[in-house]
Design a protein around this ligand. Structure first.
Ligand code: AMP
Length: 441
């Protein structure tokens, strides 16, 4: 199996792969996809970083795209079990990416957070449910999830589930699966208990074994920089002009903030473009194209707009503002370190963003290391070295940084709407914050 054409995937799935600019299937995809498309069970010995998510996501999406099914409330047709919230988020993100040209409804459930929005999503109807075992059982026991309509069951990172003590939960979940189903089972290692579990779960499986590579998130070097709000911009300029940033996505919490920041960078001689929900589809595409083709080095994005961004070679993700939702952090940093490359994720954290940082650390289950060379910004000395473009305003014009601040339509209730407002905005030069915005943007 050398090409994606040979896999005979339906057009919308094929198109998503082309959007991703994947050229050839990875070994696990080449071995798993044809068998899974035929409805066979699969026993895959593979780690994250090998392309295993697409190995199970592509045949599943292919199946869902071939025959229209109503998204039934609380009765998923596909269940993907993952050991950690972080992995569950990554998997759901991959289904969103590979399923972007299909009408497929997804839900994500994991513990440690309120179940309210998860239950709401399940009630709306769901094709694909990505879940961690504890919360799944919890919601099953409460009657929010029934598995009797399940067609495909995926167990990801089975050995990690074992290490984390999920085996009893797994056994309970497996006992509720319908007999008629396809099962795809992935594990990095095969200790005896996992082999036994796989025998119970799988029928005449195709066994696939690939050499592990390191995980995508493991390849991302994460660092936090503690800064004052006023120092964020000079610090960003210093980082972008230090010489080791090839291509960066800078995340801003608000659309207005993204515009203003892109404009300020452009004025400093750094080629930048803004992308957010207030831009037309055409303007977004132009900004992305300019970024993809290296005409602009920095893309300033909001979370919602960034979901579809999948560009290889992004060396840095910089969280200019920390996200309000900790899950967004995982989505954001996953924009770098793609396709086996290394990446750096830097997060600015002001004293009033400490709470968000704690929530992120809780979610990812680790402390984000503090940047070792957290030097002070040198605003006046910072002379941009990279991609200084005498013609930078034109770079901004190419669908890039808008020269006017975004206006918020009254009915804009999207998650990336300009809320929450920056806390404790300090007044400078006696100007009202709104007047100052006008001056600076
Ligand atoms: P995974 O093992 O599923 O976590 O995938 C690791 C990384 O490989 C992800 O960033 C994917 O976007 C990328 N990837 C998956 N399949 C391919 C492919 N066929 N060609 C290039 N990159 C891929």
């Amino acid at each position: 199996m050398k090409t994606f054409e040979e896999l005979n995937l339906i057009a919308p799935v094929h198109r998503a792969i082309a959007d991703e600019q994947y050229e050839t299937p990875t070994p696990i995809q080449a071995q798993t996809v044809p068998a899974a498309l035929l409805g066979r069970d699969v026993l895959g010995c593979a780690q994250t970083g090998t392309g295993k998510t697409a190995a199970f996501a592509l045949p599943i999406l292919n199946r869902l795209g071939q025959k229209t099914r109503k998204a039934m409330p609380n009765h998923p047709c596909v269940l993907v079990l993952a050991p950690t919230r972080e992995l569950a988020i990554q998997i759901e993100d991959s289904f969103a990416t590979y399923g972007r040209h299909l009408q497929v409804r997804r839900a994500l459930v994991y513990g440690g957070v309120s179940q309210v929005s998860q239950v709401r999503a399940l009630n709306r109807g769901v094709h694909i449910l990505v879940a961690t075992p504890g919360r799944l059982l919890d919601l099953m026991n409460q009657g929010h999830i029934a598995l009797d309509k399940l067609e495909v069951f995926v167990l990801d990172e089975a050995d990690r589930m074992l290490d984390m003590g999920f085996l009893p939960d797994l056994r309970k979940i497996i006992s509720k699966l319908p007999d008629q189903r396809q099962s795809l089972f992935f594990s990095a290692t095969m200790p005896p208990k996992i082999t036994e579990l796989s025998k119970r779960l799988l029928r005449n499986p195709v066994s696939v074994n690939v050499t592990p590579r390191s995980t995508s998130v493991e390849r991302i070097e994460q660092q936090v920089l503690f800064v004052e709000r006023k120092d964020k911009l000079p610090t960003l300029r210093r980082i972008l002009t230090a010489g080791d940033v090839d291509r960066a996505i800078v995340f801003s919490r608000t659309k207005r903030g993204a515009n203003a920041l892109a404009n300020k960078l452009v004025r400093s001689g750094i080629t930048a473009a803004a992308i957010h929900g207030n831009k037309s589809q055409g303007a977004r595409q132009r900004a992305l194209e300019a970024f993809r083709s290296n005409d602009v080095q920095v893309l300033v994005a909001t979370d919602v707009a960034a979901r579809g961004i999948d560009i290889d070679g992004v060396s840095h993700v910089i969280n200019f503002d920390l996200p309000v939702e900790p899950e967004a952090y995982v989505h954001r940093i996953g924009r770098t370190g793609r396709a086996g490359a290394d990446g750096v994720a830097l997060s600015f954290c002001t004293p009033d963003e400490r709470r968000e940082l704690r929530a992120i650390e809780q979610l990812i289950g680790q402390k984000v290391p503090i940047a070792t060379n957290q030097s002070q910004p040198e605003p006046s000395a910072a002379q941009p070295r990279i991609r200084q473009n005498a013609d930078t305003p034109r770079a901004a014009d190419k669908g890039a940084a808008s020269q006017t601040p975004a206006t918020r339509s009254p009915n804009d209730t999207s998650a990336e709407a300009d809320k929450p407002k920056p806390r404790r905005r300090r007044r400078r030069k006696g100007l009202h914050p709104r007047q100052r915005d006008k001056q600076t943007s």
